[in-house]
Structures are given as structure tokens and as C-alpha cells.
Design a protein around this ligand. Sequence first.
Ligand SMILES: O=P(O)(O)OC[C@H]1O[C@H](OP(=O)(O)OP(=O)(O)O)[C@H](O)[C@@H]1O
Ligand SMILES: Nc1ncnc2[nH]cnc12
Length: 211
Amino acid sequence: MPTVQSRAVLQMDVFAVPGDRHKGWYLSLMAPNTKGPEFAWLDPSRLYCNSQALADCAKDLLSPFQSDNIDLVAGMDAMGFILGASVATALGKGFLAVRKAGHLCVPTQGQSYTDYTGREKTMEVRLDVLRPGSRVLLVDQWIETGGTMKAAIQLVEKLGATVVGVAAVAIENTEGGRWIKENYKFSHCIPEELQSQIDGKYLDSFKSFNN
Ligand SMILES: O=P(O)(O)OC[C@H]1O[C@H](OP(=O)(O)OP(=O)(O)O)[C@H](O)[C@@H]1O
Ligand SMILES: Nc1ncnc2[nH]cnc12
């Protein structure tokens, strides 16, 4: 087993910024799942600790939407709040929190859904922000089965607002992920050559965490 010191040398320094910042360079800052299959399999939250990585990630997610009219960015509870708020700030727009049920203390619209855990959950959004004609960009950390994002889309549309597009660090090639890509404008941070690693839930860059 490597010592703590040698592991630190092998892993990409969480604060390092390479000279060549090609699309998705920051994905190698992501950490692998070491807790077993009942936890999210890949962890983008480590890349948010690097300010350049977070800024580039938000910029990459916004790039296909440059000429779109967007009123508001909405992000999903919980990790979608971090990325969604960063995207909203980069765009100069406000941020709407789409919350897991039971947290909002104001009138809400709810939508039940099933996610990658197989459990039924409910997502809620406050009623006093979106209105017919509002143009919303939906942001989440990750799309696996697509259940969470589809629920958010349904919430926005039930309130008469328009989903301009959907953005996430990764969109897996599941049935739900493909449904989103076929029906909505979307963006993600995964270069084409890494998509199969994402679908296989293992990035080659994780090897530097294991040695
Ligand atoms: O496509 P799906 O199968 O619906 O999965 C995607 C969702 O799962 C994760 O959230 P999770 O509910 O685990 O909570 P977290 O954001 O607090 O990590 C992720 O951030 C998405 O919101
Ligand atoms: N495979 C995955 N990796 C990271 N976050 C996730 N959220 C849902 N599925 C995930």
C-alpha cells in the first residue's frame, strides 16, 4: 500500500491548473467511488474545489446556449445547486432551487420520480417565480437514469415555463439520458472519446487514485 505522502504525489493536485485547458481537462480532478454500488459512482464535487475548473466547467456547459434567451437557471437539490449557481453567475442570471420534498416552506408544485437508486422521490419548486413565458436552463451535476432531470423538466413545464435546455457534467447513455438528448437542447462536459468511460462508470484518470 502506498503511504499517504506517495498517494498525494500520484493524484492530480486538486488546485493544479494545466497550461492546456482543453474541453473537460478538469474531469481528471474527479474522484472515483470507493464506497460501493449504493453510492453515486463518480464524484465531480472534487473539481468544484478548483476555481478555474469550476469556471471552465460552467463555461463549457453554457457554450451551446450563447445565442439563447435564458431568464433563469434552475438547479437540482443538492449537488446541482453548486453547478447551477456557478452557471447562473457566469450567465449573469438568477438561480432557482429545485428541492427534494419537504424543505420549502412556501406553496409548491411537486413531481414524483424514480432515480438511479430505484426509490420513488418527490421534487418541488416554489410557485411564485416561474410563469408562462419564463425561459429556464436546467442544471444538475449528473444524469444517470434521467429520472431526476425528467421530473424537473415536468415541473417547469407544468408551471407553463419553457425549458431552453439541460446541462450536466455528464449525461449517461441510458434510456432516460438518450430521451433527454433527443428531446431537449443539452450540454455536458464529456469529450466524445471519454463517453464510454462515463457509461462504464470508470475514468482511466482514476488509476492515479488507486496506485
Ligand atoms: O439521473 P438520475 O438517475 O435521476 O440520477 C441523477 C441524480 O442523482 C444525483 O443526485 P442525488 O439524488 O444522489 O443527490 P445529491 O445531488 O445530493 O448527490 C445527481 O446529482 C442527480 O441529481
Ligand atoms: N454515476 C453517477 N456518478 C455521479 N453522480 C451520480 N448521480 C447519479 N448517478 C451518478
